[in-house]
Design a protein around this ligand. Sequence first.
Ligand SMILES: *Cc1c(COP(=O)(O)O)cnc(C)c1O
Length: 409
Amino acid sequence: MKNYGFTTTILHNDRQKGIEHGSLHKPIHTSVTFGYADARQLASVFQGKEPGFRYGRQGNPTVAALEDKVSKMEQGLGTICFATGMGAIGAVFQALLRAGDHVVSSSFLFGNTNSLWQTVAGQGVGVDFVDATDVANVAAALKPETRMVFVETIANPRTQIADLKRIGQLCAERGILYIVDNTMTSPYLFRPKEVGAGLVVNALTKSIGGHGNALGGALTDTGAYDWTKFPNIFENYKKNAPAQWGLVQIRAKALRDFGASLGPEAAHHIAVGAETLALRMDRTSANARALAEMLEADERVAAVYYPGLKSHPQHGLAAELFKDFGSLLSFELKDGIDCFDYLNKLKLAIPTSNLGDTRTLVIPVSHTIFYEMGPERRASMGIADSLIRVSVGIEDTADLIADFRNALD
Ligand SMILES: *Cc1c(COP(=O)(O)O)cnc(C)c1O
């Protein structure tokens, strides 16, 4: 399967392993436990001496097929799936951090990741938030006990882009684990492995699943990080080759012990959605660009944030790193236009949360998903009270543009 393209590889990956009854989809295996040839084989699987499934919380054939698919998309060594994207991010902290460690994170973050960091900070781990659009800010925050640097590719909702390549070089020089949340770009638009990320987060709920009908998350080890430099690996897990240390410890200490396991039905939905990831990303990127250009040209709109616009501060960086600019944009209306009134006039775009859906979704950010963090932290993230986030869908472009323009009129 080495020389096939992105979509061909996803479509035909399951069949490479000889799929049950010639089924074209990996079947949904609901069994919690698994049978073995005899009791010795049972012991051997539990001791990790031969491959096999132990108990549904730690692994399942349908989920494993999706893990393999995500690994192919990210060109990584291996992947572990979780019940949600937050389950995957939480696993990083549960499995890899200890009291006294230090983390540097981008300050432009998904709201719940920001909230999770506050929790971690209360548990004896130092957390510093920096403007990661400039590598100098990351470098200045590093300490001898810094264990990881965490950034998103295109930050939600203001679309700031981390200085991905230079941060990767910095982490490589210092032997620090570099973790990139690739949710907004997806592996179709960008592979964090190319900028040296050791672990990649994907909220499968968003573009990869793509239809708003299943929650899921994934952590992929790209193979770029040398785990022998990581001081928090338990002796127990060092019996494996060093390339496996991270995944083995995360699967045991986070997935097994905290139990945020992805269910096989959700894995099936996500795997079906993933088949059209490339088609949808091409379409949503084109729609988003057209909508951003229309909004930017309208005098009733105060600001538009979209990496595909020349006016975006990191437009050049995005063009260099990403295949296209994605489906996320946000904008502010001029003073005097009430954002609630505006949203209520939209006929197609749906006021709700979620991202990466086939349908266009809109949300007044400060009043909903970023409400809890308060005005000060919102201001530090560049989030105005009137900011509207749009997750652009695959509707016909003319219909979409007309909907946003009619509401302005
Ligand atoms: C949605 C999202 C998450 C969390 O994913 P869930 O599946 O909702 O838990 C994490 N990171 C980013 C960038 C997201 O957009």
